[in-house]
Design a protein. Structure first.
Lengths: 449, 390
């Protein structure tokens, strides 16, 4: 067993609404969606039209730049609508589900005995390829690359994140097949990173064909970027792929049964959820039936994902492709009289500048108010306290702002993704939108390289 | 009620309104009264409760012990000089009457300049001046003419900050810029024996032979017996508690340490800088002790930390995040060099009795260079990693 890697910097935000480890049944959703916006840098080209019949695994669109990268329908049914936004950007392809799911069929077999080409072909055709993402740039992996390693983070430390050990229960066999498939795609190793703070699920600890690493520490210890940085950092020209555990299981099911079975477990979390629990659903499902009669009456924000990196969706919106969590928190669109001067017993802050430090164990109902105006960089050392990489975050951000490619490279842009900076954004006194700056930097690199 | 009034008049200040030009001014007052109702649109959906206003308010709060003690000490020193014994309250009232106008003049002149610049540039009014405006009164002698304070403050805001692009971009600490300006433009009002105690300059009712010399001036002239104006010996306790003449807020090490505790506990001040400034000062003091050839070089290293503006500079000036080094390693180097240079300048230079101000301003200039080398080391490490087998 390898040694434990301790992450010392970081922060577990004390926010209310963790999901209790109980499975709930929600009425299956009638509508499902695949959202091209979930896939950064992908330009969708539709292969279906409204009214078309599709099965689970039927292609809906492909990437203009990589035509073999397909996205397929998670359920069988009819294409109900194609929702577009500004300049006819495709936002969502809505599928109205049939009562019984019909599947497209794909190749089955033991991936350990297949060559890389066959594995790739199966993943691409079934529409499962996009579950594999890459660093640098944090985009869908390019099927033509051979990564130096593949990382799987078997735990999630984000605020109110689902417990993967609970989520994957009973999926040993599929998980192993998934790993065997991934192992065939890299020249290097597959790293499976587990949380050392409590006994991990057997699904992870008994996995073969991987190197298991143990991590300890606050968020973002579960972020794959932090794990890559500690185990096998990315240098210029190198590529690392990563996959989430539930998606490894989906890959396993593809090779086992020859179908795209998009079922997954999501946690419904947040202070405004009356009974935060886990739900077994199908990917792309509407959250309508989960949140119905299960959230407070206040003006709420619904987030697909966690509060730091998730995407805002309507109360009848759809779960994102990569998300295994839905969070509901109060909107903060109210004024507060001399808020900056109040004692703030109920205000959460990493700094101890509010009296809430008197109650270290309290969990907070945190709303979406920005809680201040945007300012120039003034405070220093804030980001460093929550950013556990050997990278100077503020210097990197400034290099991005002045678009100095050479300097960005030197300061480590290849190793980071917006999510690694989410905590910096949270703690920032100057209220700077750090994640979008990092995203712009990465996009600029993609364009210029 | 107030809120609905603000909402009612708000449109006058928005684009196309009657007072469109005063938009940033309106906004500054509005956000002072109310935290805005803006919600997160991109990035993290939740944010820490701290903002610049809160952070700056905490620093101002941390300065209060030094200010309140300073007011009392102004009265105490004055009545000592005229040979009257007064109660704590009377001392404080006297000090308040003489210090408060300085505070008002600094805020009015400084904020007016800030608002004008915010207006011209069309950006929000930054809260940084709230701290600068509280620092300036604390680092000037009480007898300073008010017009000089106003001139120095305006100079500091324009030359120390706005020409660099405003808050966050400045290289020199604005409050120290104001002090340096006064120090070089009006040396007779910033040094000598008569400026530290209110009333000495006019000379009415002063006890015969009373001297308003600071401890530092006595040490510099080789007289390390340290006596007060009427010839009584100062104890270490007097120096630590601050019953000595000096700039308004700098005398009480205790009051400054209370402020330091607030800054450190809330996490707003950098302990790395504070600690390393004291370490640097102590180190230089010890080195000077080793090679001592005159009484000033012989004074115990720890005593340096209690007298003059050392503690105030270490806690409130060196830690200004904008002008300090920004990297963790850089902060240690920056702080240590400030402490070291402050004592070096203090003891070995014949012209100025105090070295803290110049040491901090000098290191303000070098802070970006220190950071540059710290970051360059990180870059080198990353590049080495890319070459296998090295």
């Amino acid at each position: 067993m390898s040694e434990v890697i301790k992450i010392r910097k970081g922060l577990d935000i004390k926010i209310k609404g963790e999901a209790e480890k109980i499975f709930m049944r929600a009425e299956p959703s009638e509508l499902y969606a695949v959202k091209p916006v979930d896939f950064h840098n992908l330009i969708p080209k539709l292969t279906v039209r409204t009214g078309d019949k599709v099965r689970a695994g039927t292609p809906l669109f492909f990437d203009k730049n990589h035509p073999d990268v397909l996205l397929t329908s998670p359920v069988s049914g009819t294409v109900d609508a194609i929702n577009r936004g500004e300049r006819r950007h495709i936002l969502e392809i809505i599928i109205k589900a049939d009562p019984v799911v019909e599947y497209e069929s794909f190749i089955t077999g033991d991936p350990a005995r297949m060559d890389a080409g066959e594995i790739k072909k199966n993943l691409l055709e079934s529409g499962l390829w996009p579950v594999i993402r890459q660093r640098p740039y944090d985009i869908i992996a390019n099927p033509e690359d051979i990564p130096k390693a593949i990382f799987i983070s078997a735990f999630n430390t984000a605020p109110l994140a689902p417990d993967y050990d609970f989520v994957v229960k009973g999926c040993e066999a599929d998980f192993q097949i998934g790993i065997d498939a991934l192992a065939g795609l890299t020249a290097g190793r597959v790293y499976l990173n587990i949380n050392d703070e409590y006994p991990a699920s057997q699904v992870f600890t008994m996995a073969r064909n991987v190197q298991i690493n143990r991590f300890r520490g606050p968020h973002p210890a579960g972020n794959v970027g932090v794990q890559i940085h500690n185990i096998d950092p990315i240098n210029k020209g190198e590529i690392v792929w990563y996959v989430a555990p539930q998606d490894v299981i989906t890959i396993g099911r593809l090779f086992e049964k020859g179908i795209y079975d998009a079922s997954k477990v999501v946690a419904l979390t947040g202070s405004e959820v009356i009974r935060p629990r886990y739900y077994k659903i199908t990917g792309g499902s509407s959250i309508k039936n989960m949140v119905n009669n299960n959230v407070s009456e206040s003006n709420n924000r619904y987030i697909s994902g966690d509060v730091l990196t998730g995407r805002k969706i309507p109360s009848d919106g759809y779960i994102g492709y990569y998300d295994s969590q839905v969070t509901v928190i109060p909107e903060g669109d109210h004024y507060e009289f001399i808020g900056w001067a109040r004692p703030g017993f109920r205000k959460y802050s990493v700094s101890r500048s509010f009296w809430s430090w008197l109650m270290p164990d309290r969990q907070y109902r945190i709303d979406t108010n920005i809680k201040g105006g945007e300012r120039a960089f003034v405070m220093t050392g804030e980001y460093e306290r929550v950013f556990p990489m050997d990278i100077y975050p503020v210097h990197l951000i400034k290099a991005i702002l002045v678009k100095d490619i050479d300097l960005m490279e030197k300061l480590g842009i290849y190793e980071v993704a917006p999510e690694d900076f989410a905590l910096c954004e949270f703690v920032c006194t100057s209220k700077i939108n750090v994640q979008s700056i990092i995203r712009e930097g990465l996009d600029y690199m993609i364009k210029e390289m | 009620m107030l809120r609905s009034y603000i909402n009612k008049i708000k449109h006058h200040f928005e684009k196309g309104g009657r007072f469109e030009k005063l938009q940033t001014t309106f906004e500054a007052f509005e956000t002072f009264l109310y935290v805005p109702n803006k919600v997160t649109i991109k990035g993290a959906h939740i944010r820490d409760s701290i903002d610049m206003k809160r952070a700056m308010a905490i620093v101002v709060l941390a300065l209060m012990p030094a200010l309140i003690f300073g007011m009392w000490n102004v009265g105490y020193q004055h009545f000592l000089a005229i040979g009257e014994y007064k109660s704590v309250w009377e001392n404080f009232v006297f000090g308040f009457v003489h210090v408060f106008p300085i505070v008002v003049v600094v805020y009015v002149s400084g904020l007016a300049t800030e608002f004008i610049f915010a207006q011209i540039r069309g950006h929000e009014v930054n809260e940084g001046f709230l701290v600068t405006g509280m620092l300036i009164p604390l680092i000037v002698p009480v007898a300073i003419p008010l017009w000089m304070v106003a001139v120095a403050t305006i100079f500091a805001v324009i030359i120390g900050k706005e020409v660099f692009g405003g808050t966050g971009m400045n290289i020199l600490n604005p409050a120290l810029t104001a002090r340096a300006f006064l120090f070089f433009a009006y040396p007779s009002e910033m040094s000598g024996v008569n400026v530290w105690i209110e009333g000495l300059k006019e000379g009415r009712n002063i006890i015969d032979g009373f001297s308003g010399e600071t401890i530092l001036a006595q040490a510099a002239s080789g007289n390390t017996a340290y006596v007060n104006g009427i010839g009584e010996q100062y104890t270490t306790g007097d120096m630590f508690l601050g019953f000595i003449p000096g700039s308004i807020g700098e005398t009480s090490t205790l009051a400054i340490l209370i402020g330091a505790a607030i800054l450190l506990y809330t996490g707003i001040g950098s302990w790395r800088i504070m600690l390393s400034v004291f370490a640097g000062g102590l180190f230089m003091g010890l080195v000077l002790n080793l090679f001592a050839v005159n009484p000033f070089m012989e004074i115990p290293a720890w005593q340096h930390l209690l007298i003059g503006g050392f503690a105030f500079g270490a806690v409130f000036m060196a830690t200004d995040p904008v002008t300090a080094a920004q990297t963790i390693k850089g902060k240690y180097i920056y702080g240590f060099l400030i402490g070291l240079l402050a004592i070096l300048i203090r003891v070995l230079n014949p012209a100025y009795p105090e070295g803290v101000m110049l040491a901090i301003l000098l290191m303000n200039v070098f802070a970006p260079l220190i950071d540059h080398y710290v970051v360059a080391a990180n870059i080198k490490k990353r590049l080495r990693r890319a070459i296998p087998g090295s």
